[in-house]
Write a protein that binds this ligand. Sequence first.
Ligand SMILES: [Zn+2]
Ligand SMILES: [Zn+2]
Length: 329
Amino acid sequence: MRAVRLLGLGDLAVVDVARPEPGDHDVVVQVQAAGICGTDRHLFLGEFPSRPPVTLGHEFAGVVVAVGAKVGIAPGTLVACDPNIFCGTCAECRRGRVNLCEANVAIGLARDGGFAEYAVIPAHRALPLPAGMTAEAGAFAEPLACTLHGLDVARLIPGERAMVLGGGVIGLLAVQLARAAGAEVLLVTRNPHKRAVALGLGAQHTAATLDEAQALWPRGADAVIECAGVTETMTRAPDLAAPGGRVVILGVLPKGAKVAWQPFDLLFREVSILPAFINPFTQSRALDLIANGTVQTAPLISRRVTLEEAAHAIATPALPADIKLLVLP
Ligand SMILES: [Zn+2]
Ligand SMILES: [Zn+2]
């Protein structure tokens, strides 16, 4: 079968590999849709830890075609992959903080993932899709689960103001979750297409720049949700928060990057910085939110590409108007 494999730093290729067989506790998924994520580009550039050679792709859904002897999922079931295999025995897992597992093995980063015709995953990381959901929608379960963790951390209450920084897929999912939480939502992105999509998904306001956003909401936002992962937005996020506000960090800066914040200002205005890492027990709720129509995914699909096109797309910078590219192997 064909697979998009990271062979080393900056070395990505579509290669032929053996079709995987299930172990006793595994399922083999015929991948029908797999999302390309900013993390895939970070992996290609060596800005995020990985273990090459490895098949990338950690946001995918498809149909189960083979199962191990001890698996309860029937072949033919549509499933979404939860890529994080936590160990269950480390100090953090024992406290229920599985997203901070010291021995987490991420599918598509540390072991073979979904940019391939088939992927083998542990059955307990295969979440059956709610009735009627397509694999294309199911491919959004993982990014939505990560965004949902961020919104859980934000603890928005109805009537609060949420400012979302960044109009990529995470930002546009955060817009929908903040609206569902009853917040008034302002999305900040330079890209006019993404601003239009945000308005269509329920955002009440948009701004092209941080200065424009600050002028719209001079008191600041109760929650600033950083989804851009760039130095400027990360640095200025606390300035955009109201007194007593929260800054939630979902965006990923390269490992080792630093930003300058003013502890005096954080203290005197009691602004909290709240990072939200991956998807601790949030992916089932994510699937339900897609199934019941609270979160729309179709408007977020920019392009559908082949495995060959995927390798090129990961190795080159994202186009400004691109939201989510789906790989259809
Ligand atoms: Zn991702
Ligand atoms: Zn653990």
